[in-house]
Design a binder for this molecule. Structure first.
Ligand code: SF4
Length: 366
């Protein structure tokens, strides 16, 4: 039986191999909790490579938590544009304000206190507590689950195996340098114990790894089969005025894509819409024209297929009107950007005005 993995071996490896990331404090310096928190929120569901330039822009614009708390939500959403999962940006803003109001602008170091703040779940609270304050807690995300499943050859499938993998990770956290240990585990999962072809020869725990010893590392962790995400349908309305401005609207603050700007649309539902029924949700009376094809978009829990009806109006009624060249001034989620690009392409003068039936201007989930 392999010897139990030694946290000191991982720490020594981390000292040699740590990734140089924009939010990390140099060795020997205390991390800034603001930067740790900001990076952890941005990294939820998003890769390091994608986050790095957003992080740099955010800290250049908001070098401190108080600056972020004082900003408008619109400005925050605008800086966030393109990172997706916009509830994170709204929670980021609310959390900055909550830390100023409840904790005089200083993040608490207790994971239980951190969890009471907007947008901070169990993993993020543990990561902030460990990295920013060296609290002895295990921050367990998908990377760490993978390392634990392999190190201990845990064959029970995820997600049922989560509590066991978390307990195994917690059993390894050292009394000192818990923050470096957490970051070392993250780096190990990202660069060595990768989902495919783990580089076991470079691993500081190679001699202790039960899965590597019996040659099953790449098959772990086992994932339970996921049910397919349901498909929903919606119809968006591209309503243009004579001066070229198009009607937009802001989504409700709470819920999916909360506070973001979108084209008006029907509700999204399981049954496809027939044209006459969809038009009842239109923002104005118009000669609505169905653009060929549809836009496909993937959210975490469902897929969405959006048809587009285009129309023009001679009236100008109150609302959020913008010319396509001005859209960049708004915080548009990826779905809206896709719909806008799709409608503009379909409406461009074209030598052949009848694109093939069923053509899709935009496919593929984000
Ligand atoms: Fe992962 Fe291989 Fe290290 Fe085991 S030895 S923890 S499988 S990289």
């Amino acid at each position: 039986m392999a010897r139990r993995a030694d946290p000191a071996a991982l720490l020594a490896w981390y000292d040699r191999q740590r990734r140089d990331l924009p939010w990390r404090a140099p060795p020997g310096e205390r991390p800034d909790p603001y930067r740790v928190w900001l990076s952890e929120i941005m990294l939820q569901q998003t890769t390091v490579a994608t986050v790095a330039p957003y992080f740099d822009r955010f800290v250049a614009r908001f070098p401190s938590l108080r600056g972020l708390a004082a900003a408008s939500l619109d400005e925050v959403l605008h800086l966030w544009q393109g990172l997706g999962y916009y509830a994170r940006a709204r929670n980021l803003h609310s959390c900055a304000r909550a830390v100023v109001e409840r904790h005089a602008g200083h993040f608490p170091d207790d994971p239980r206190q951190l969890r009471l703040l907007p947008g901070i779940g169990e993993y993020t609270a543990a990561a902030i507590a460990a990295i920013a304050f060296d609290r002895r807690v295990a921050a367990v995300d998908g990377n760490v689950e993978r390392v634990m499943a392999r190190l201990f050859a845990e064959r029970a499938p995820l997600p049922a195996a989560k509590p066991r993998l978390k307990a195994l990770a917690a059993s390894l956290v050292p009394d000192e340098r818990a923050g470096d240990f957490a970051q070392g585990l993250m780096d190990l999962g990202a660069t060595v114990c990768t989902p495919r072809r783990p580089r076991c020869m470079l691993c500081p725990w190679r001699e202790n790894c039960a899965a590597a010893a019996i040659g099953i590392a790449e098959s772990l962790p086992v994932q339970a089969e996921r049910p397919e995400r349901p498909l929903r349908h919606g119809v968006a309305f591209w309503l243009a005025r004579a001066d070229g401005a198009v009607l937009l609207r802001r989504r409700p603050e709470r819920g999916l894509l909360g506070g973001m700007i979108e084209l008006p649309s029907t509700p999204w539902r399981a049954a496809p819409w027939v044209r006459e029924e969809a038009i009842e949700s239109a923002p104005a009376a118009a000669e609505w024209r169905h653009l060929p094809g549809a836009v496909q978009h993937g959210f975490t829990h469902f897929r969405l297929e959006m048809a587009v009806l285009a129309g023009t109006t001679a009236e100008s009624f109150p609302g959020l009107w913008a010319r396509p060249g001005e859209f960049k001034d708004y915080a548009l989620p990826t779905l809206t950007t896709r719909l806008v690009n799709y409608a503009r392409t379909a409406l461009e003068p074209h030598p052949d005005p009848s694109p093939p039936a069923g053509e899709e201007a935009d496919r593929g989930a984000r």
